[in-house]
Write a protein that binds this ligand. Structure first.
Ligand SMILES: Cc1cc2nc3c(=O)[nH]c(=O)nc-3n(C[C@H](O)[C@H](O)[C@H](O)COP(=O)(O)OP(=O)(O)OC[C@H]3O[C@@H](n4cnc5c(N)ncnc54)[C@H](O)[C@@H]3O)c2cc1C
Length: 299
């Protein structure tokens, strides 16, 4: 049993190569262990004190943004570039847990924990994010949609650390949104969630749309068959709602039946398309969409 505090990425990689599990904010790992979900791993390496891993770099790689793995949900929610140009991600981070959870919980922990109900995943998919995985053997970049292989599982090797999440520059005239159905306003996870990224043509119709769903399958669901979908925002939103409900494979549990989830994810996907289109048209809808538009739990 060991607990190491890494000060550099290299320290962390060496500890992980020797069998330790990384711990960032601990809001999944430690809280899960306390709730009896899984015992704490015998060997842990704390990565929260690694210098630079909590930085947000704007203008990285062809004008995109790079988030260090330890960037907190609070930092994402309040970053002007992320809130303005990568709104679906900021909408998701702003919904995570409580203010305390958002200060401590990290983007790296959220994506590597691989919950299908995670609130940043759908936004990252529609924004075309890639994760950077590093081990003592080298570095690779993986499209975010290929990272998750099942509930709580990723394709990362046990000795790989997520060091960054890369976001490409958004297309001109585009906007995005993530929203979720929830039963209460805080300390809740999504009953279902949906993110949309919309690009508008000069006449205000939809020229391109990407949609992804949370909590309706073993991993985040990227809605397919939308590549040629164009037209009025209303028509596109209707088509997306139908596709989302059809492609969702939800389970029934104590929080909702599979039928209810299948129906409501279509409703959420429709609303995500409309909110994203409004943002693409230049309207400011404050982060998170859920609170601003009164979606989800009542106040
Ligand atoms: C009260 C409460 C409410 C919550 N509400 C929400 C919510 O509404 N929405 C939501 O999405 N989540 C929610 N969560 C879950 C959690 O806060 C987030 O998933 C958070 O982003 C996890 O980050 P962390 O740094 O705390 O991860 P940790 O607990 O430190 O780690 C989580 C997992 O990822 C691994 N890991 C961490 N960092 C890395 C890395 N850089 N590279 C490789 N592996 C890594 C760890 O080994 C572990 O397996 C909630 C948690 C709590 C306790």
């Amino acid at each position: 049993m060991s607990f190491t505090i890494a000060r550099t990425v290299e320290d962390a990689l060496a500890a992980i190569a020797a069998g330790a599990r990384p711990i960032a904010g601990g809001t999944d790992l430690v809280v899960g262990a306390r709730h009896g979900k899984a015992a704490l791993p015998a060997d842990l390496v704390a990565i929260d004190r690694i210098a630079g891993l909590d930085e947000i770099t704007v203008g990285a790689g062809n004008g995109g943004v790079t988030l260090g793995a330890n960037v907190s949900h609070h930092a994402i929610e309040h970053h002007p570039v992320l809130a303005g140009s990568y709104s679906a991600l900021a909408d998701g981070s702003a919904l995570v847990g409580s203010p305390a959870t958002r200060h401590v919980g990290t983007i790296g922990g959220n994506v590597m924990n691989a919950s299908p109900a995670m609130d940043t995943g759908a936004g990252l998919v529609v924004l075309g994010a890639e994760v950077e995985l590093r081990s003592v053997h080298g570095t690779r970049r993986v499209p975010i949609g290929e990272l998750w292989s099942g509930p709580g599982r990723t394709i990362a090797q046990p000795d790989e650390l997520c060091v960054a999440v890369h976001l490409p520059q958004p297309a001109p005239n585009s906007g995005s949104a993530y929203l979720r159905l929830e039963y209460r306003r805080a300390m809740e996870i999504a009953v279902v969630g949906a993110a949309a990224n919309i690009t508008l043509a000069a006449d205000g119709t939809v020229a391109a749309v990407r949609v992804a769903l949370s909590a309706v399958g073993p991993t985040i669901v990227s809605v397919t068959g939308l590549d040629t979908l164009v037209g009025s925002v209303d028509d596109v939103a209707d088509a997306v709602a139908a596709a989302a409900s059809e492609q969702a494979t939800p389970i029934s549990d104590v929080r909702a039946s599979d039928r209810y989830r299948r129906h409501t994810v279509g409703v959420m996907a429709r609303r995500a398309v409309v909110a994203a289109a409004r943002r693409a048209a230049g309207e400011t809808i404050a982060i998170p969409v859920n609170r601003t538009l009164g979606i989800g739990a009542a106040s």
